[in-house]
Design a protein. Structure first.
Length: 241
């Protein structure tokens, strides 16, 4: 097979991937900033509402109204956004959307909520369900509040991936890809290292479908199928490493 086919394919793929990741990173950052802006002003409104209520209460009890000016309210809302970022970095990514066992109040006792057949407002009283699952309710609201920080924090990863694709040595990685494609099983690390390919491992990791297994490096079936179409023939049958 001609490795030049793989090199040209990689160059085209990396150029497209660079543009897609840059666009995804920019849009993610933009939406994250918009969500954070909305969250900031919601926090500002909550602070204003609470202080206003406390002011009315203090006026009735002590005859002196509690007051917080515009600038301190902005500061406290900003501190709230900072705390959201701190919480985001303290939370494991796998915890997002994990709420555990959800129950609802049927008028007599708490029962497990069986989705999706029970998700009807006429059957499930939302307020009772939230009150009956305080831990899950807190996690749900936390996930909503953390959407902004998660979007903003995800943007640099897209951009970094784009620049990794742009800086990839398509010629060397194309030769390595051709080598992996020609082998029906995982190529041992020792063999690749002896051939001088170890220095390109980090770069080929950026290619979706290049799999680093315990015994060596191979290509996924999806990537092989794509390369089959590129080369116009069927690759050797893949055998377990």
């Amino acid at each position: 097979m001609n490795p030049d086919i793989f090199k040209a394919w990689l160059k085209k793929r990396n150029t497209l991937g660079f543009a897609q990741n840059l666009l995804a990173g920019g849009l993610t950052l933009l939406f994250g900033i918009l969500v954070l802006t909305f969250t900031f002003w919601v926090a500002y409104g909550v602070i204003w509402f609470v202080i206003t209520g406390l002011g009315d209460l203090s006026a009735m009890i002590a005859g002196k109204r509690l007051h917080l000016s515009h600038t301190p309210r902005l500061v406290f809302a900003g501190i709230f956004i900072v705390l959201l970022f701190i919480q985001h970095f303290r939370t494991r990514p796998g915890d997002f959307g994990e709420y555990g066992k959800l129950e609802y109040w049927d008028g007599h006792t708490l029962r497990p909520l069986k989705a999706p057949t029970s998700l009807y407002f006429g059957h499930v009283r939302v307020a009772g369900m939230l009150l009956g699952n305080p831990g899950i309710t807190v996690n749900m609201f936390a996930d909503v509040l953390l959407i902004g920080p998660r979007l903003v924090a995800a943007a640099p990863a897209f951009i970094a991936q784009g620049f990794r694709l742009r800086s990839m040595d398509a010629n060397a990685c194309g030769d390595l890809l051709a080598c992996l494609y020609s082998r029906p099983h995982a190529v041992p690390f020792e063999e690749l290292t002896a051939a001088g390919w170890e220095g390109w491992f980090d770069q080929v990791r950026c290619i979706d479908g290049v799999q680093f297994l315990q015994k060596g490096v191979t290509l996924s079936s999806d990537l092989r199928s794509e390369l089959d179409e590129l080369c116009g023939h069927k690759s050797p049958q893949v055998r377990p490493a």
